[in-house]
Design a protein around this ligand. Structure first.
Ligand code: AMP
Ligand code: ZN
Length: 116
């Protein structure tokens, strides 16, 4: 069961549509509605977790799975060698707006560092 009124839980259960690019037993990946780069994919755990700030030792496998899946998608889609950026916005100062843990996978342009 996901968190009530969580839009990403609704994407997991299919009640809000998304353009799924990857799905397995642990996570789902889909295109961001407001892309900030030519490729902008979000990876989320199927299990609701508010944010990275709420993760604990029992989330170790899920967190590893999200990163490994990001790297796999980058290889599968052919942008791994050119490069990409993985971002986890966390809480207010981190710019998090949807409180269901998610990894942004961005590619297709040069990114600057530090981010704004
Ligand atoms: P953050 O600001 O890190 O919490 O990122 C939330 C992201 O979710 C933003 O990039 C939004 O564009 C994206 N987003 C919000 N609603 C949807 C949706 N229904 N489908 C796809 N992406 C969404
Ligand atoms: Zn959720």
């Amino acid at each position: 069961m996901g968190a009530q009124d969580c839009i990403f839980c609704k994407i997991v259960d299919g009640s809000i549509p998304s353009t799924t690019v990857h799905e397995d037993d642990v996570c789902i990946a889909f295109n961001d509605l407001t892309p900030q780069a030519p490729t902008h994919i979000l990876l989320i755990p199927k299990e609701h977790v508010d944010s990275l700030a709420k993760t604990e030792a029992n989330h170790k496998q899920t967190l590893g799975h999200l990163l490994l899946s990001s790297a796999q998608i980058a290889r599968d889609k052919g942008f791994a060698d050119d490069g990409y950026r993985v971002v986890i916005n966390t809480n207010g100062d981190g710019g998090q707006t949807v409180f269901h843990l998610h990894v942004h996978l961005l590619a297709g342009r040069q990114f600057i560092f530090p981010p704004g």
